[in-house]
Design a protein around this ligand. Sequence first.
Ligand SMILES: NC(=O)c1ccc[n+]([C@@H]2O[C@H](COP(=O)([O-])OP(=O)(O)OC[C@H]3O[C@@H](n4cnc5c(N)ncnc54)[C@H](OP(=O)(O)O)[C@@H]3O)[C@@H](O)[C@H]2O)c1
Length: 291
Amino acid sequence: MTSILGIVGHPLGHSLSVPMHMSAIFHLGIDYVYMGFDIMPGTLAHAVDHLKGEHIKGFNVTIPYKEAIVPYLDSVDEHARRIGAVNTVNSEGGRLRGYNTDGTGYLRSLKEQSGFAPSGKQVLLIGAGGAARSVAFSLLEAGTERLIIANRTMEKAVKLAENLASYFPKAGLRPLPVDRISTLPYRDISLIINATSVGMKGAQHAGIDGLLALLGGSMALFNKDTVISDIVYNPVVTPLLKTAQLAGLKIHDGTGMLVYQGAESFRIWTGIEPPVDVMRQAVLRALKEKH
Ligand SMILES: NC(=O)c1ccc[n+]([C@@H]2O[C@H](COP(=O)([O-])OP(=O)(O)OC[C@H]3O[C@@H](n4cnc5c(N)ncnc54)[C@H](OP(=O)(O)O)[C@@H]3O)[C@@H](O)[C@H]2O)c1
């Protein structure tokens, strides 16, 4: 009987996870299928009961359920428990266990694409939402020495920094209003990450120019080895990455995080080494079709 995988969220639209995982399944010739489960708000508990069905091997969780699903799971691994959010659920004979592969996927792609090792480094993380939170935990778990968290809403940056400090008391954590980032000592910063939705295609907000101007104006001050990373993956080369490229800096795009978080989930569900290149090509093809 075919084993079922999928993604739970709302609205799902054309999720890139479907072609990405299906390409891996076809490539390996295994008896699995990966499908979208668009769960209407208010029906999550009922949906989770159904997702315990015997042929369902596991599923991804996306907006808006990454935090909301936690109380309905039978167990949650330590990394996901600290983050307070789950993006991967594995069904072990109907018992659901939650994981979070967003930050670990991010770090793996950062290493593969730019050779960056976070241990002992100083990092500027822009954003304090769900994705920033996962990335922050993974960076600190990997030994980042100093993490500056810059966000438009300062209270959220403070809250995240306080929460991180309770797990990583030795790390240097500094919350900062995003409009102050141009005052930072850029020579000492090895990695700058945009973990906001600024720069995303079709995003209806006024932040793009402001954030770009703040960072773009400082790029001449950056160390030549500084990596500029954007977790937004549509477009693949965001306005921030374009500016960094023109300034001759190393860039890291958001497709790697998408692919590696998916690859980690795939490994958890199937125990099989995921065909990462096949998954990446599927994501790039699907993104091209969206244009
Ligand atoms: N590559 C991947 O695999 C991957 C995975 C997950 C997410 N993402 C992408 O990451 C982005 C953030 O996702 P999320 O889940 O963290 O969202 P979220 O929880 O809603 O957080 C959004 C973040 O963006 C900031 N922001 C939004 N509009 C802004 C503006 N105009 N100016 C300055 N800051 C602004 C918010 O600041 P405030 O706190 O001030 O509102 C907040 O820090 C999305 O574009 C998503 O597609 C990519």
